[in-house]
Design a protein around this ligand. Structure first.
Ligand SMILES: Cc1ncc(COP(=O)(O)O)c(C=O)c1O
Length: 359
């Protein structure tokens, strides 16, 4: 097999060591004679992994006992609806920061449930960005304030995290575990696993326990955070294999030295790539400099034709998944935790060569 660097935005690259271990354990998990996929979610082998995955996330983010770590399904998109269903009572207002495509989806879903105040809107700004903390017009007594910590499509990221009096809720699908975080500043954090935590199929929700009690009585059980909290995310059959991989990925992050150590590597990877973009007029960063994402590096070439050629030739050279999201075009290099720095260097070399031939 030829070496390939996977720049896909998600489902995304997983640590090679994790895949090797999963492969080794696939047919016979720890001498049980069965795959972990084939075992009951009530068996002790699976339960140990289930608890380890949550415990690892707790440890990596220093999460206190005031919070629960839940494993849910339906992706981050399901959280766009579940958050307001549980936490936005009639007569209340929820504040949302509009920063791009994913925040907009969260806002649309919340509007189907209750009253939304858009606290700042820079979703259509070019170069792309997220709001500055001092732009936010928050509602006194709001049910909560929601923001998207990293806009995966536009490549804009909150570098300074906001604060709010109302419980703060963040969609961290594309930057969770990429940098240290003070969980106690938040009411709820959610993230689809398929970028920094594991494969698709499981969504991590970190919720302050008192908030789980706020859901309206008549909400179906499956949609209430309290149900999943009370049942330790085993109310119904969980996505066992995905959670098994979350356990392995979080073990890998710990072996790397934890989130602060990972952040240092992430910053180095991103800075090498942005440096290459800024070195020439041929490439243009899509996000405003102060808001450039460390996870999704977006840029443009002088024409759409050149962008298509770039993505095509990069694929042929083993640099896969660089085509920008279909809604915005351009080039996007997703360099999540598991993405190796050698892959960034390979892309930088390819960029220089491509410019030489086409600039
Ligand atoms: C920031 C962000 N939020 C939400 C989603 C939607 O996630 P899912 O497909 O798991 O519903 C994505 C998917 O890429 C994302 O990047």
């Amino acid at each position: 097999m030829n070496a390939v660097y996977n720049f896909t935005a998600g489902p995304a690259i997983l640590p090679k060591d994790v895949l090797i271990q999963a492969q080794a354990e696939l047919l016979d998990y720890k001498g049980t004679g069965m795959s972990i996929m084939e075992q009951s979610h009530r068996d002790k082998e699976y339960e140990a992994l289930h608890h380890e995955a949550a415990a690892n996330i707790r440890k990596l983010l220093s999460i206190s006992d005031d919070y629960a770590v839940l494993f849910l399904q339906g992706g981050a998109s399901h959280q766009f609806a579940m958050v307001p269903m549980n936490l936005l009572a009639p007569g209340q207002t929820a504040d949302y920061a509009a920063s791009g495509a994913w925040a907009s989806k969260a806002i649309s879903e919340a509007k189907t449930i209750g009253k939304v105040n858009v606290a700042a809107d820079c979703g259509k700004d070019r170069p792309t960005r997220v709001p500055a903390v001092n732009e936010l017009k928050l509602t006194p007594g709001a049910a909560y304030f929601h923001f998207t910590s990293n806009e995966t499509i536009s490549g804009a990221q909150w570098k300074v995290l906001p604060t709010s009096e109302a419980p703060m809720i963040a969609d961290m699908s594309s930057d969770i575990l990429s940098r240290p975080l003070n969980v106690s500043d938040f009411g709820l954090i959610y993230a689809g696993a398929q970028k920094n935590l594991g494969p698709s199929g499981v969504t991590i929700v970190i919720i302050r326990k008192d908030l789980a009690a706020r859901a309206p009585e008549n909400l179906p059980s499956i949609l209430k955070y309290a149900t999943h909290l009370e049942n330790d995310s085993l109310y119904n059959t969980p996505p066992c294999f995905s959670i098994y991989l979350v356990a392995l990925v979080t073990r890998w992050v710990m072996a790397k030295g934890g989130v602060a150590a990972i952040e240092t590597i992430n910053e180095e990877k991103a800075s090498r790539l942005y440096k290459a973009i800024d070195a020439t007029e041929f490439y243009r960063g899509a996000a405003a400099k102060e808001y450039r994402s460390s996870m999704n590096v977006t840029f443009n070439l002088p024409s759409e034709e050149l962008e298509s050629k770039f993505a095509k030739e990069a694929t042929a050279a083993g640099l896969k998944g660089l085509k920008g999201h279909r809604s915005v075009g351009g080039i996007r290099a997703s360099i999540y935790n598991a993405f190796p720095i050698e892959g960034v260097d390979a892309l930088v070399a390819f960029m220089k060569d491509f410019e030489k031939k086409n600039g």
